[in-house]
Design a protein around this ligand. Structure first.
Ligand code: NAI
Ligand code: OAA
Length: 312
């Protein structure tokens, strides 16, 4: 299995490292536009292989898409991260052009690849990659839900003083303030979370999760990379090992949840064909209302992209 990671910055290099040391692919190609960066980081990861005992070949290239040819999966992390004071949506004008030109090159050299978008604003960049690639929706998907649920699970594990391994959760919606965590679908070792934590404490954790990316931007001056890079690698693993994992993933909705044409995070089954099934939960009125608010927000940012492209 061959996996390409575009963008050898913080998230891309972390993702390539996880793909290599967990031997998720036989070959990982790391590509960046900046001369030497991908080569250097790929060489560093390869030099770690005798220490951490893996044999995934890791290669770095500067904009040489021929070297990425026939990749099975491509992860797109190229683009600017936000700085303190910015929203993810502020990145649209720089990142849309980057994601679209990268997607064109990828599809030309790896027409059968499954594309995982990471660049922000995530839902709209997934839209940008999808319309550029002209691939089926099951093959152009975005990573955000695994990260957002991981933050939620980590905060809950801390509050309850239990292992994060035992916390299962799902959330829906866009990757931003309008994401929809679902306490009704959150369990701790099979026990509904609402039996273990007060409503006020749970609400505080939900709020912290919604602002999870911003909390890190404020601390570091740039956005997160360890959890995002690992989350993207987990999606790659589900695909290349045909694991049929159930993850929240950003995909174009086509009537599910009463939403048509918006790119939003929903639970799916992820396997060798990409998204093999979109799971439709039976939401209550309040959850459905929150999801539709998220839909409204993402639609507005999708319209910004449409207007940029039509020059208006
Ligand atoms: N979906 C999610 O949950 C998350 C998304 N992100 C997003 O991921 C993106 C990357 O974040 P970082 O890795 O922290 O940024 P970074 O600045 O460390 O790395 C970005 C890399 O992209 C490269 N690049 C720029 N234009 C390119 C092009 N045309 N072709 C190839 N490479 C190009 C840059 O040279 C740089 O090395 C950002 O847009 C960020 O907002 C970050 C964390 C989580
Ligand atoms: O917050 C950001 O800009 C990066 C991101 O999407 C995240 O860490 O959730």
């Amino acid at each position: 299995m061959k996996v390409t990671v575009v963008g050898a910055g913080n998230v891309g290099a972390t993702c390539a490292d996880v793909l290599a040391y967990r031997e998720i692919a036989n070959e990982v190609v790391l590509l960046d536009i900046k001369e030497g960066v991908a080569e250097g980081k790929a060489l560093d990861i390869w030099q770690k292989s005798p220490i951490n005992l893996y044999d995934t070949r890791t290669v770095g290239v500067t904009n040489d898409y021929a070297r990425t040819a026939n990749s099975d999966v491509v992860v797109i992390t190229s683009g600017l991260p936000r700085k303190p004071g910015m929203t993810r949506d502020d990145l649209i004008s720089t990142n849309a052009g980057i994601v679209q030109s990268v997607t064109q090159n990828i599809v030309q050299h790896s027409p059968n690849a499954i594309i995982i978008v990471v660049s922000n604003p995530l839902d709209v960049m997934t839209y940008a990659a999808h319309i550029t690639s002209k691939l089926p929706r099951s093959k152009v998907i975005g990573m955000a839900g695994i990260l957002d649920t991981a933050r939620y699970r980590a905060f809950l594990a801390e509050a309850l003083d239990v292992s994060p391994k035992d916390i299962q959760a799902v959330l829906l919606g866009g990757h931003g303030d309008t994401m929809v965590p679902l306490p009704r679908y959150t369990t701790v070792g099979g026990i509904p979370v609402t039996e273990l934590i007060e409503e006020e404490a749970l609400n505080a954790i939900i709020e912290r999760t919604k602002n999870g990316g911003g909390e890190l931007v404020k601390l570091m001056g740039t956005s997160a990379w360890y959890a995002p890079g690992s989350a993207a690698a987990q999606m790659v693993e589900a695909i290349v090992r045909d694991q049929k994992r159930v993850f929240p993933v950003c995909i174009k909705l086509e009537g599910e949840y009463g939403i048509d044409g918006t790119y939003l995070g929903v639970p799916v089954v992820l396997g060798k064909n990409g998204v093999e099934k979109v799971i439709e939960l039976k939401l209550n009125d309040q959850e459905m209302e929150l999801l539709h608010l998220s839909d409204k927000h993402v639609k507005e940012v999708m319209a910004v992209l449409d207007n940029m492209q039509s020059g208006s």
